[in-house]
Structure formats: structure tokens, C-alpha cells
Design a protein around this ligand. Structure first.
Ligand SMILES: Nc1nc2c(c(=O)[nH]1)N[C@H]1C(S)=C(S)[C@@H](COP(=O)(O)O)O[C@H]1N2
Ligand SMILES: [Mo]
Length: 406
């Protein structure tokens, strides 16, 4: 599975608009050279993000939301986290964009133009929850290396595209198909055009689900560049690393996809629980599939002051990977007692669900409100922290906010 070989000036063309001026001596720029101004640019303007978003890393760009910014039912771009493993591509032209389906398990590879994809196959729109496998990593002890996400690496936008299933059917898939793997055009941090920053995928049963989309629209508009313009895979409910951005190729494999970041320890957890800090052998690490049940209180903002006798209406979202959420409860006494919240049905499968509750506090003082969701199979969020794992994935602890009653 060799990567397409091409070198180019990553930064020409649209780079000018990006910098706000022509690069006068661009013809003398080394190949793959990144003008230093990029790291100085204001990421909020660059990506149209709200000023409340938190930049965790600028090389590559990784930006997270905060709980109260995720209050919308459908996450708008300005509050959507950005997770990159490499360098965001430039100069992408939707008019000439193509997607190739190849791999051992297709008889004849086929290439579609973006236009063909949009017009040949029926378009579907779903709200899909995307959460980074490392969301919540900052709470693990001993600490895990990587972006120290708190709670904000999750979103639920409305994605429009074609079903991966329809496209795979059109190409024709052999019986020995096991997995699909995506390929995007972002650049490896080293600048080496033969290395991919990431190339992951999903098993066939997930690839063939109705909600697994090859998407070209987000919230009714072209997908913003940082989120995968002009074409991305969206496999809601699974670690968002499975949802490849800027994709131009999907390979149907006769084995578990072996692209970059498919091997242990990337996006894997110990198959069986381990003690905190323990070394885990590669063969004892399992690929993360459906994400665990989780909830987020998006109103009020942590630290809210309320008056005695005031009823506080809290609200938020809950999600549970491939499953739906059966109930959400809140506690104001550190988990000693729990009360049911009102929980809405999901708009569609794999969309997060909204909850709310009216809370009365017994007297003045400091409180914490904890939220705890339970999935369809009866599994709840752990109160504080789930099993430690080497890379700090899957922290689905109860969300907790502080409130002062005065
Ligand atoms: N091509 C490509 N696709 C990618 C990535 C990447 O670095 N390159 N990062 C993955 C990871 S780890 C996550 S969590 C999601 C983040 O999607 P977002 O930036 O649109 O929120 O994209 C996934 N798809
Ligand atoms: Mo991720």
C-alpha cells in the first residue's frame, strides 16, 4: 500500500490569502517549506474558533472546547475541537478532488470525482458524535503523554454525505473484506511526503452501517478546512481517529488495516485491566472500537454563583458510542445520592442526547454537580476515573462542575 508520491509547495496558492499577502519569492522557497508566520498567526482567526477555545498545541494544531461552550444541540464550527496528527493541507480544490476505492478486497479499483459522489449516490444527513479517544487524558495518574485534553475533545455536528456502504457496493467488495483504511492528504510532521500522519479505519460491519458517511458538508456548509475539507469519513460513536479528514483514498483490506497509528500502542487499550503505570506488551493491547458512555454538563458554566432558594436548571448532553443512553442522573453530594434528569431520545442513531434537571440546594455553600449517564446495556460512567491505560484513552468519568449558593 504505497502512498501516492508527490511533492509540492504546501504553501502556495491559497497560502497567499491565508497570510494576507503574496509570497514574493515563493519560487525560491524550499519544497514543503512552511513560512514561519504560520505559527504566529492567530489560531482563532485562522480556524474561526471562539476565543474561549483552548490551544493545546500549535505543531500540530490541537484545540479543545470547554464544557460550557458545547451547550448547543448541534456543535457549530466555532466550538468544535481540532485534532491533528500532522500538518493541515492547503490548496485543496473541490472541483478536481477525487476519491479512489482500492485495496486487496476490491476487484477493480474505482475513482470518483467529488461531483460524481454527490450526484450518483443518495445524500444523507445525520448528527454524529465525534470524540477523540484521548479526551479526558489529563486526569490519568501516572500521567499519559499526548495532548492533555480535559473534557472538550467532543462534538456533535450535522454531517451530510453519501453512505460509505453505497459506494462500496457500487465498487463491489470481495467476501474476504475485513477492514477499510482511509488515506488523507495531510503532511507528516517531518515533511516527508512518503509518510502519512495517520491512516486508520474500521472493520467492515462499521463501514457498512447506514450512518457511516463519506461527508462533504458540515452543518449545511462545506466542511471547514481544519475539519477535513472537501471530503472526510465520519464514523460516529467510535474514536474520532477513525474519521479520516481530507480523504482521497479508501482501501478495502483483507486484513485489519495496518496504516499509520493502527499498531499498538496507538488508539489501543490493554485488553485486560492493568495496574496504573504498568508496562503493557503490544500483543496485549486491543483496538478501541465503540466509545464508552459519557455525559457533559454544558450549563451552567463551572463556578456559577446562584442565589439561595433559586432553582437551577442544568442541561447537557450524553452519548454512548454505538449505543444509546438509557438515563442520566445528577448528584450534588459527591455521588452519595442520585436523581434522574430528563433525557431526550437521540435525533438519530449516534447523535448525542440532551438532558436537563431542576436542582434545589438545601442551604448556602459550595456544591459540585456531578452527572452520570448509563448506556442501553446498563453500564454507567465511573464516578472518578476508569481503568488506567498507557496512552490515557477513554476517560469517561462523571462530569463535575462547581456551584456556589449565596
Ligand atoms: N487525515 C487525518 N484525519 C484525521 C486526523 C489527522 O490527523 N489526519 N486526526 C484524527 C483524530 S485523532 C481525531 S480525534 C479527529 C478530529 O477531528 P476534528 O479535528 O474534525 O475534530 O480526526 C481524525 N482524522
Ligand atoms: Mo483523536
Amino acid at each position: 500500500m504505497k502512498r501516492r508520491k508527490f511533492v509540492r509547495h504546501i504553501f502556495l496558492g491559497s497560502a497567499a490569502s491565508f497570510i494576507g499577502a503574496d509570497i514574493v519569492f515563493s519560487s525560491s522557497m524550499p519544497e514543503n517549506y512552511r513560512p514561519v508566520i504560520e505559527q504566529d498567526l492567530d489560531p482563532y482567526k485562522l480556524f474561526n474558533k471562539d476565543k474561549g477555545m483552548v490551544v493545546l498545541n500549535n505543531k500540530p494544531w490541537n484545540i479543545e472546547a470547554r464544557a460550557h461552550l458545547l451547550d448547543d444541540r448541534i456543535t457549530p464550527n466555532k466550538y468544535m475541537f481540532i485534532r491533528n496528527n500532522g500538518i493541515i493541507p492547503r490548496d485543496l480544490d473541490a472541483n478536481t478532488w477525487t476519491l479512489t476505492i482500492d485495496g486487496e478486497s476490491v476487484n477493480t479499483p474505482k475513482t470518483y470525482s467529488l461531483k460524481e459522489l454527490k450526484t450518483t449516490f443518495k445524500n444523507y444527513t445525520y448528527q454524529l458524535t465525534l470524540e477523540c479517544g484521548g479526551n479526558g487524558r489529563n486526569e490519568f495518574n501516572p500521567p499519559a503523554k499526548g495532548n492533555q485534553w480535559t473534557v472538550g475533545a467532543v462534538s456533535c455536528a450535522e454531517w451530510t454525505g453519501v453512505r460509505l456502504k453505497d459506494v462500496l457496493n457500487d465498487v463491489g467488495i470481495k467476501n474476504d473484506a475485513v477492514y477499510i483504511g482511509y488515506h488523507g492528504v495531510d503532511t507528516h510532521l517531518s515533511g516527508d511526503p512518503n509518510k502519512e500522519p495517520i491512516s486508520r479505519g474500521v472493520p467492515m460491519h462499521k463501514a457498512l452501517l447506514e450512518e457511516t458517511l463519506i461527508a462533504f458538508k458540515m452543518n449545511g456548509e462545506d466542511i471547514p478546512l481544519a475539519h477535513g475539507y472537501p471530503l472526510r469519513l465520519v464514523a460516529g460513536g467510535w474514536p474520532a481517529s477513525a474519521s479520516g479528514k481530507w480523504i482521497n483514498r479508501i482501501s478495502v483490506r483483507d486484513q485489519v488495516h495496518d496504516g499509520t497509528k493502527m499498531k499498538a500502542p496507538a488508539y489501543r487499550v490493554p485488553c485486560n485491566p492493568v495496574a496504573p503505570g504498568e508496562k503493557v506488551k503490544a500483543e496485549d493491547m486491543c483496538i478501541i472500537e465503540s466509545m464508552p458512555v459519557k455525559s457533559l454538563i454544558t450549563y451552567p458554566k463551572s463556578g456559577a454563583m446562584i442565589d439561595e432558594n433559586q432553582t437551577l436548571k442544568i442541561r447537557g448532553h450524553a452519548w454512548a458510542g454505538e449505543l444509546d443512553v438509557k438515563n442520566v442522573q445528577y448528584s450534588i453530594d459527591f455521588g452519595a445520592t442520585w436523581t434522574d434528569c430528563l433525557l431526550e431520545e437521540p435525533v438519530n442513531r449516534l447523535a448525542w442526547q440532551h438532558f436537563n434537571a431542576n436542582i434545589k440546594f438545601p442551604k448556602k455553600g459550595y456544591y459540585e454537580i456531578w452527572s452520570r449517564a448509563m448506556d442501553r446495556n446498563g453500564i454507567s460512567q465511573p464516578m472518578l476515573i476508569p481503568g488506567w491505560n498507557p496512552k490515557g484513552y477513554l476517560n469517561n468519568a462523571c462530569h463535575r462542575i462547581a456551584v456556589k449558593v449565596k
